[in-house]
Write a new protein. Structure first.
Ligand code: FMN
Length: 211
């Protein structure tokens, strides 16, 4: 018997989804991707494949070295960020909220069901969050970094969220996927929708969809 979350039962949730690996032999020039990046707030209904979601997650926080270092820089390599994947109807994955696990490059579904409308409401009704097939939510567990750097660790976590988000934006351009870096939302409401632990704060929402 699983833990009951509202009217859902986690016994129905798959334990772990192992993601396909990244493709690191692309030929795009980085300047071209930088020049083409724009905030995109309207998307087609085309589904995002598991492989595309996998690549975007890897770009943000994937492990890219044998000693566990990640694609985005991190002060002291303490990695305070978490990424949650909000899947609506438009993906190969079942609707729900998944947590990205860099070690093993996998997803764990923590909440079942399509929560996009609730997330859009928490983000001051910004419509692209309700309509995007998938959104990524970048959050920070501040104690992981303030334990070493004190209050300066807060700014480090925010800088790191920027690095991760930019990697998502630029790979998105390469893949034909638009996004918008959304910072305007009610923190407590987003925490409620994602059922985040009290020590984890949402920083960014990135709705994703084909342009
Ligand atoms: C920290 C931050 C927060 C933002 N929050 C929002 C937001 O809540 N909603 C939105 O539509 N755009 C948001 N944006 C996107 C900006 O509006 C956008 O980057 C700006 O208009 C420049 O356009 P461009 O991204 O196409 O170059 C945010 C951007 C940043 C950097």
């Amino acid at each position: 018997m699983g833990i009951n979350i509202g009217n859902q039962d986690t016994a129905d949730l798959p334990k772990k989804v192992k993601l396909p690996g990244p493709e690191i032999s692309g030929r795009s020039h980085i300047e071209e991707l930088i020049a083409k990046r724009r905030s995109v707030r309207r998307y087609t209904d085309n589904k995002l494949s598991e492989s595309v979601i996998s690549r975007l997650l890897w770009a943000a926080q994937g492990i890219s070295s044998d000693d566990g270092l990640r694609t985005s820089p991190s002060a002291g390599a303490l990695y305070p960020l978490e990424i949650h994947v909000v899947i609506g109807g438009g993906s190969e994955l079942e609707p729900g909220i998944y947590r990205y696990i860099p070690e093993g490059h996998a997803l764990v579904r923590e909440i079942a069901g399509d929560v996009r409308e609730k997330l859009s409401k928490a983000a001051l009704f910004q419509p692209m969050i309700g309509s995007a097939p998938v959104s990524l939510v970048i959050s920070a567990v501040y104690p992981r970094i303030t334990s070493k750097y004190g209050s300066r660790g807060l700014r480090y976590a925010h800088m790191e969220a920027g690095h991760a988000a930019q990697n998502i934006c630029l790979l998105g351009v390469e893949l034909g996927i638009g996004t918008c870096t959304v910072g305007a939302f009610d923190d407590d409401e987003v925490k409620r929708v994602l059922k985040l632990p009290s020590n984890e704060e949402p920083l960014y929402i990135l709705p994703l969809g084909y342009v």
